[in-house]
Design a protein around this ligand. Structure first.
Ligand SMILES: [Zn+2]
Ligand SMILES: [Zn+2]
Length: 212
C-alpha cells in the first residue's frame, strides 16, 4: 500500500466512525429509545425494591423464629428447675388488677402456692407436690373481701380456667372451675376435686401455713 492509499483508508474509517457516532446520538435522542431506557430503570428499581422487601421478610421471619426458640428454651429450663431454684420464684401473674392489693404476707403465701403446684393434679396423682408445675392463683371468695388473697388455691390452667383441648386424650375429669361456655363449672368441679374450703385447708397444711 502506498502512502496515499493508507491516507485514503484512514479517512474512510474516520468517516464511517463519525457516521456511526451520529446514528448513535440520533438513536439516544429518539423518544422510543428514551422511553425504553426509562422502562429499564423503572424495572431495575422495582427489582431492587422487591429484593429489599424479601430480605426484610426473611429477617423478620428469622427474628420471630429466634424469639420463639428462646421462649421454648426458657420454658424448658424453668420446667427442669426444682422448687428451690431461685428462678422459680417468679411473681405470679394475675388476671386484671381489680380487688385488694396483696400484702407482703399474701405475696409470700402465693409464692409458696406457686411452688406447691396444682392441688387437684397433686390429689389426682398427676404431679408430685413442689415439682415445679406452673399454676395460677384461684380466689375462692373473690378479690375484694378482707383477706381475699388468703382464700386461694394453686390451680393449673386446665383445673382453673382453660378447657382441655378436644381430642387430647386427657381424662374428662380434668376441666376448669371457671366455666367458659358449656365446659367446666363449679358444682361438678367440686364433685370431682373436692370442696374448695377443704382443698384450701389441705394446701395450707402442705405449705406449712396452718388453717384458715
Ligand atoms: Zn391441675
Ligand atoms: Zn379462679
Amino acid at each position: 500500500m502506498t502512502d496515499v492509499q493508507i491516507e485514503k483508508r484512514l479517512a474512510q474509517q474516520k468517516r464511517s466512525q463519525e457516521r456511526a457516532r451520529q446514528r448513535q446520538i440520533e438513536k439516544q435522542r429518539s423518544p422510543e429509545y428514551r422511553a425504553k431506557q426509562r422502562e429499564k430503570q423503572r424495572a431495575t428499581a422495582e427489582r431492587q425494591r422487591a429484593k429489599a422487601l424479601a430480605n426484610k421478610d426473611k429477617q423478620l421471619e428469622k427474628a420471630r423464629a429466634q424469639a420463639k426458640a428462646q421462649r421454648t428454651r426458657a420454658i424448658e429450663r424453668a420446667e427442669l428447675k426444682g422448687p428451690n431454684s431461685p428462678t422459680r420464684n417468679k411473681p405470679i401473674k394475675f388476671k386484671g388488677m381489680a380487688g385488694k392489693a396483696r400484702t407482703k404476707s399474701d405475696m409470700s403465701l402465693h409464692d409458696k402456692l406457686g411452688q406447691l403446684g396444682c392441688i387437684c393434679c397433686i390429689n389426682a396423682g398427676l404431679i408430685q407436690p413442689f415439682s415445679g408445675s406452673p399454676v395460677s392463683i384461684h380466689h375462692i371468695r373473690g378479690r375484694t373481701i378482707t383477706d381475699a388473697h388468703k382464700y386461694v388455691l394453686p390451680l393449673c390452667a386446665w383445673h382453673h380456667d382453660t378447657p382441655v383441648p378436644q381430642d387430647s386424650g386427657v381424662s374428662s375429669d380434668i376441666f376448669p372451675i371457671h366455666s367458659k361456655g358449656s365446659e367446666g363449672g363449679r358444682v361438678r368441679w367440686e364433685e370431682v376435686n373436692g370442696k374448695q374450703h377443704l382443698l384450701l385447708e389441705q394446701v395450707m397444711e402442705l405449705v406449712g401455713e396452718g388453717h384458715y
